[in-house]
Design a protein around this ligand. Structure first.
Ligand code: GLU
Length: 487
């Protein structure tokens, strides 16, 4: 049975690329009937951010990525947090030293600095000069006895080609000269990412590694370590890079990159699943972009993962979110919009406008247009305001005049007043008002624009009949009168 793992480091919020990796691992595990492990790679304590793991688990739960083994579930290959496995690593690095595949390096940070500076001055790539690679055993023992500080480095092969394999890209060649004798164990005896990652993938019987393209430079190092141990490496799939619209690296400076930020802005989980899946997966059905998680699992083929960079297109993200918002039923949508309406609701003194029923009417009216939930507050503020603030000129349509507008609003006021509250529906309002305008041989815009503007105080909003229905008779009439008085 294929075993996959998702191996994030606990360094803060969940980057959208990290979510994509988790999701692809989950989808592939499901597709192949395999198992998915969550392993926390916390070997670098300096980079660790408190609360990251809880936060990660929360995000995974929200999205629906489930694990078969992990720190929160246990399993027969645990512990699943690397800092709890430090004792297990010793026999493996001692084994490599005994077989002369790794060695103690006693070079001080100061010496390494000098070497690096010299290399830079000579325009050479900075790398360890293998000073301790051939120390004689007595010397090593003496230094160890003296408690000299050391790291353990792997003896990398010299002057040869290293061929590695990626399931999507085929063979990739690296030159041994480009790889330095990598540190496996740091001076505080904790393992490096390179070491712990390989040992754990082996011990946890991982057979397929799915991770981002940024890890390709690690691949030859991983493979050489497997070789040093005499272990069979897993298969590798490197997902394409996620790029910004200009083809550069996706960075915080260009906008949100953390899943938590997308969530708090009101992107739905179905949107993020659909969007992340399309960051690398090219479904065969042409023109189809909407995919639920189940459908993705059903249709997914490893061969349909691309290798060229996936463009992070926020317009597409908004489009998908708009689609999924439109699929929600009104109760559900109202509930998830409530946090974003809180400020508006707090501002009004009108009890009726503080009810869920009112919020629901408002939300349903905006559902068609809504791209993210966080927009709902600003879009609907006018529904909750006790009095609107706007420039009187907003009420005047194109070539119309102030007098004409005032006159038209007054006629609308008189007509609307006669419509019974029971008949205060958008369809009836439209019928009555439009036939009134026709009868008067007036221009639609000269009436409906000032009506809409006086009801909303905005130049763009839903149509006046829809707004009037939600506001109710009393409030609509009051707003039109306020408009008349403003002119
Ligand atoms: N801990 C690495 C990360 O933060 C894992 C890389 C890998 O999957 O090998 O993504």
């Amino acid at each position: 049975m294929v075993r996959l793992r998702f191996a994030p480091s606990p360094t803060g919020n969940v980057h959208i690329g990290t979510l994509r990796t988790a999701l692809f691992n989950f989808i592939i595990a499901k597709k192949l009937g395999g198992k998915l492990i969550l392993r926390i790679e916390d070997t670098d304590k300096k980079r660790e951010v408190g609360g990251s793991v809880d936060n990660l688990l929360k995000v995974m739960k929200w999205i629906g990525v489930e694990f078969d083994e992990g720190p929160h579930i246990a399993g027969e290959f645990g512990p699943y947090t690397q800092s709890q496995r430090f004792d297990m690593y010793k026999e493996y690095y001692i084994g490599l030293i005994n077989e002369e595949k790794a060695y103690y390096c006693f070079c001080s940070p100061e010496r390494l600095d000098i070497v690096r500076t010299e290399q830079q001055a000579n325009k050479q790539a900075p790398r360890y000069d293998k000073h301790c690679r051939n120390l004689n055993p007595e010397e090593v023992q003496k230094k160890l006895k003296n408690n000299e500080s050391y790291v353990i480095r792997q003896k990398m092969p010299e002057q040869c080609e290293i061929k590695v394999h990626d399931k999507l890209r085929g063979e990739i060649c690296f030159h041994a000269d480009d790889l330095e004798d990598q540190v496996l164990i740091k001076s505080d005896t904790t393992p490096t990412y390179q070491f712990a990652n390989v040992v754990d993938d082996h011990l946890m019987q991982v057979s397929l590694v799915v991770r981002g393209e940024e890890w390709i430079p690690s691949l030859p190092k991983n493979i050489l370590l497997y070789k040093a141990f005499g272990w069979t490496p897993p298969e590798f799939i490197h997902l394409p890079l996620i790029l910004n619209k200009n083809g550069g690296k996706l960075s915080k400076r260009q906008g949100d990159v953390a899943v938590e930020d997308f969530r708090s802005k009101g992107y739905l989980k179905d949107t993020l699943i659909n969007f992340c899946a399309l960051q690398g997966w090219h479904p065969r059905e042409e023109g189809k972009e909407i995919y639920s998680l189940n459908e993705i699992i059903d249709k997914f083929e490893i061969n349909d993962i691309g290798i060229s960079g996936a463009i992070f297109d926020t317009d597409k993200l908004d489009y998908l979110n708009g689609y999924y918002i439109r699929q929600l039923d009104s109760d559900n949508l109202t509930n998830i919009c409530l946090p974003y309406l809180k400020e508006n609701i707090q501002k009004t003194t009108n009890k009726k406008k503080q009810t869920i029923e009112y919020a629901k009417k408002v939300v349903v009216l905006e559902q068609e247009r809504l791209k993210k939930l966080s927009e709902i507050g600003e879009l609907t503020e006018f529904f909750f305001s006790d009095t609107l603030k706007y420039e009187p000129t907003l009420l005047i349509w194109k070539k119309s005049t102030k007098e004409e507008t005032k006159n038209n609003l007054r006629q609308l006021y008189d007509t609307l007043k006669l419509i019974a509250e029971d008949n205060w529906t958008k369809d009836n309002l439209k019928e009555q008002i439009v036939s009134y305008i026709k009868e008067k041989e007036g221009k639609i815009g000269d009436y409906l624009w000032p009506m809409r503007a006086s009801l909303t105080g905005k130049s763009a909003s839903p149509d006046p009949f829809e707004v009037a229905e939600v506001l109710g008779k009393e409030e609509s009439i009051k707003r039109i009168l306020d408009g008349i008085n403003l002119l």
